[in-house]
Design a protein around this ligand. Structure first.
Ligand SMILES: NC(=O)c1ccc[n+]([C@@H]2O[C@H](COP(=O)([O-])OP(=O)(O)OC[C@H]3O[C@@H](n4cnc5c(N)ncnc54)[C@H](O)[C@@H]3O)[C@@H](O)[C@H]2O)c1
Ligand SMILES: [Zn+2]
Length: 239
């Protein structure tokens, strides 16, 4: 089995996508039929969907919360938490996933670029910070309001919205010497560009997943396999 060597001078940037949670039982987004858990993305995760049908959006995300709460971290999540512990100060995890399986496996320094299922925020972007919210709403009447009067919406980056804290992500990529990308199809931008930015900054780039992603050509190494089977024991951290 191939290994990935991490030198004492390396700084590691990890990007994860839906594939890392697949073995925890959470479905990935791009099913063959183009549907996601039976929904069309445009109907449930766009700003237009929120304006047209906030109840439908909350029905969808309440169901995602319910399945997220039932899911457990798998060996891939644990392997990344262990890698972080061995690379103090030179490891950064950026996830496109909105589940909290990385945190529950023990990851500490991570950034949810597409938001978090377990939070909600004011729909009016009044400046109030997101709040922790695990509720599974049965109707829109149960959904709270911000002090400004705006309704709470999921703290999720809808299609057409900007990912969270892009400047911070860019700084971390700029500093990194090894980028590891796991379980993402390379469909959604700007995340699909991170590998190109890392290459421009001179980093080695590795992809891990059962099939090559759309942007496979930008990787210096591809490790084919399921994340939960491949990640444990993959990294050789040099002292
Ligand atoms: N706002 C929303 O609600 C919404 C809806 C759809 C997509 N998105 C966003 O689009 C982003 C991009 O999608 P994505 O690339 O994460 O998911 P994706 O479904 O496009 O791709 C999943 C990838 O995981 C791989 N994979 C499957 N099983 C695996 C395993 N066991 N181990 C490793 N890899 C495995 C597949 O080969 C595939 O390449 C999402 O993270 C999400 O933020 C958001
Ligand atoms: Zn508000």
């Amino acid at each position: 089995m191939s290994t990935i060597s991490v030198a004492p001078s390396d700084r590691v940037f990890v990007l994860t996508g839906a594939g890392i949670s697949a073995e925890s039982g959470l479905p990935t987004f791009r099913a063959e039929d183009g549907l996601w858990a039976g929904y069309r993305v445009e109907d449930v995760c766009t700003p237009e969907a929120w304006l047209r049908d906030p109840a439908g959006v909350w029905t969808f995300y309440s169901a995602r919360r319910a399945s997220g709460q039932k899911a457990q971290p798998n060996p891939a999540h644990f392997a990344l938490a262990e890698l972080e512990a061995r690379l103090p100060g030179r490891y950064f995890l950026c996830t496109q996933n909105v589940d909290d399986l990385h945190e529950r496996a023990g990851s500490i320094h991570l950034h949810h670029m597409h938001g978090e299922l377990a939070r909600s925020r004011c729909e009016l972007a009044c400046g109030a910070p997101p709040v922790e919210d695990h509720a599974i709403y049965a109707s829109l009447d149960e959904v709270g309001r911000c002090a400004c009067g705006g309704r709470l919406r999921p703290h999720i980056v809808f299609f057409g919205e900007m990912p969270l804290e892009m400047p911070r992500i860019e700084r971390e990529i700029e500093k990194s010497t090894l980028m590891v990308v796991i379980g993402t199809s390379g469909n959604v931008y700007p995340a699909a560009n991170f590998v190109h930015w890392a290459r421009q900054a001179g980093a080695r780039t590795v992809y891990i997943g059962p099939e090559p992603p759309l942007n496979a050509g930008a990787f210096t190494q591809i490790v084919e396999g399921k994340a939960g089977e491949v990640l444990p024991g993959l990294f050789e951290v040099q002292q």
